[in-house]
Design a protein around this ligand. Sequence first.
Ligand SMILES: CCCCCCCC/C=C\CCCCCCCC(=O)SCCNC(=O)CCNC(=O)[C@H](O)C(C)(C)COP(=O)(O)OP(=O)(O)OC[C@H]1O[C@@H](n2cnc3c(N)ncnc32)[C@H](O)[C@@H]1OP(=O)(O)O
Length: 221
Amino acid sequence: MGPSLARRARLPGTAVRSAAVSAATSPETPPETSLVPPDDAVAPVRHPEAPAPGTPLGAHYDHCFGCGQALPHGLHLQAHAGEGVSVTAEFTVKPQHQGAPGLAHGGVLTSALDETLGSLNWLMHSIAVTGRLETDFLLPVPVDTVLHLDARCTAVHGRKIYSDAVGRIGGPKGPIAVRAKAVFIEVKVEHFIDNGRKEEIEAAMEDPDQVRRARAFEVNP
Ligand SMILES: CCCCCCCC/C=C\CCCCCCCC(=O)SCCNC(=O)CCNC(=O)[C@H](O)C(C)(C)COP(=O)(O)OP(=O)(O)OC[C@H]1O[C@@H](n2cnc3c(N)ncnc32)[C@H](O)[C@@H]1OP(=O)(O)O
């Protein structure tokens, strides 16, 4: 099949140039980030009190777009602890998750990967946020498909947590439709208290279960 995009010869002098890359760091030029762990990164350690393999992890926050049950249009992703620092999860693509007719939106699939990768941190009793996430989309994913996700942590370096995930369709052993690599950055509970909108933070702090879940992970042995 020939190219279908409209093409025309470039006018002289209209080529777009990228900005020069500088090694200097400032708020305008944040440090280079990488998905490859440094040589002195260490293996991830499963927390001794992490839930046994097969245990459902539950939601870290009822209003989370990824795992919460309170949002009708959320992903309602359900993750289970795996061996070591690994998790499996399932996400069913609903009509509200479409991009093209009858197909999942790529950003929604990336959200499912993000959520699954994020749940790995709970097996290390670490609170962390996504720093960088890179997704490959290998197959289209139709509405009603169950995406079978499998994620594992590969390395830890200081506050940086490296992990990867795949999402399969047609069953847990089916072909890989999406895959991702990520770096999560460990944070304190204050990250959320200081940055979240006041009304949701206050509601979360009034919920004893939420406070217990958040505070339980603050002290690592
Ligand atoms: C009492 C109730 C209260 C409520 C409690 C709720 C509990 C909830 C529990 C669990 C929630 C989990 C939620 C999961 C949801 C799914 C996951 C998401 O979607 S998370 C949302 C998307 N992500 C963000 O919004 C991050 C926004 N970014 C930031 O806030 C900052 O940039 C942050 C924290 C990531 C880093 O800022 P810095 O100032 O703390 O740290 P610096 O010094 O910049 O970086 C530390 C190290 O990390 C590397 N780093 C930083 N950013 C990186 C990046 N983007 N990629 C790779 N490396 C990065 C740096 O190079 C540095 O590395 P070197 O230590 O020098 O080796």
